[in-house]
Design a binder for this molecule. Structure first.
Ligand code: SF4
Length: 76
């Protein structure tokens, strides 16, 4: 389960976030490219924008459920 007290600092403010457990596997960015981006240099993904429509919300739920280290949360 993602930890809202360990968010990566590049997340935009809002409910969804990536936490410091991220291993930069890149999977979530493929699943939800409109809201997630990978910072290769820093070694983590982050929320570049919060979902604004149901299609994006659904993509974020898919990304969170597929993250291998459960680093994506929606309780922020
Ligand atoms: S799927 Fe999880 S571990 Fe992989 S880049 Fe996204 S947040 Fe990081």
């Amino acid at each position: 389960m993602a930890d809202k007290d360990r968010k990566v600092d590049r997340n935009v403010p809002g409910r969804w976030y990536v936490d410091a457990n991220c291993i930069a596997c890149g999977l979530c960015v493929e699943v939800a490219p409109e809201n997630l981006e990978l910072d290769w240099d820093a070694g983590f993904a982050f929320l570049k924008s919060q979902p604004r429509e149901e299609k994006q919300e659904a993509a974020m739920r898919d990304a969170a459920s597929q993250c291998p280290v459960e680093a994506i949360g929606s309780d922020g």
